[in-house]
Structures are given as structure tokens and as C-alpha cells.
Ligand binder design. Sequence first.
Ligand SMILES: [Zn+2]
Length: 187
Amino acid sequence: MAEIEGQVKDEELDPEREARRRVALAQIRQYPDAALKMVARPVEEFDDDLRRLAERMKQLMVDANGIGLAATQVGVLQRLFVFHAAEDEIVALANPEIVERSEVTRVDDEGCLSIQGVLLPVERSTTIAIAGRDETGAEVRYELEEPYSRVAQHETDHLDGVLILERTTPDARREALASLRPRIVLG
Ligand SMILES: [Zn+2]
């Protein structure tokens, strides 16, 4: 299986898949887009629009070679994300609440589909329980271990407008911001 780095899988893609990944990434808000800093509102209507949004996000996530994607990343300020709850299980989770988290934490490199080309060390609880609703409104709860617990914490952060830049060390943050600063091209 590909190495999982936060929200992103690191693997070589064939040219057709790589083309699809680029098209998907073009539909995902990129840092410093303002939507990424906003706090999303709870989902109230579990209607066809929400189910269509969840389906679209799952497809985008797969095409972008991600293992998680939050609605804020497609400019929709609703508390909804899609993620791999297991290797072959992709689910949508609305109004997620982390109801248990281990005191044991681990620092690992995380990538983000909205901050391309950057990997930052982030400390997360190794196991969590997360509860919420699926796209039909049914109550769900997942007990997660790494790497899926890490992804779910990353996506929950997105719904609060928190990026890995805020979760990493001051040094790593400074280095990342320097690499993200647009370069002035002469000539
Ligand atoms: Zn992300």
C-alpha cells in the first residue's frame, strides 16, 4: 500500500491517473484561500444536495489521491468530510465530534491536499473515537487507529479552519511559509 502522509497518499501514478489527479486538485481550494481559514457550520439538512456533495467529495478525494477531504476544501462551509475509515472503506461524516482520544500521541509528517508539496510534522493522538452522522443523517461512530485516526483529526481541524501550518513546530512552519510564498519571476 502507498505511504500515507496525513491527507495525502504518496505513490507513483500512471500518466492517466496523474492527469486525473491534477484536474481534481484544481477543484480543491489551495492555501492561502480564505475558505480554508473559516469555521464551518453544522449540517442541518440531510437532503439530496448533501448526498450529492458527499459523492462529489469522495470522487474528488480518490482522484486527488487523498485519503480525506473536508467540505471547506471545496469552498462549502458545512461540517462534512469524507475519509478512509479503513483501507477499503470510504465514508462521509457530518457534524463530527471526537468523543475519545488517547493520551498517547505520535509525531508524523502530514501533507494536505490544500497545501501541495509541503510535509509537516504534526503531533496527534494515536487512537480516537469519533461520532457524527452519515450523509443520510444516521448516527455513526468510528474507533480509529493510525493512520485513519490521524486523517480524521486532520479533517476535523479543517472544519474549524485549522491547517497543519498551525499544528506544526515554529521552525517547520517558518520553513513551509517561506516555500509557499509566491516567487517573483523576472524576465
Ligand atoms: Zn488538509
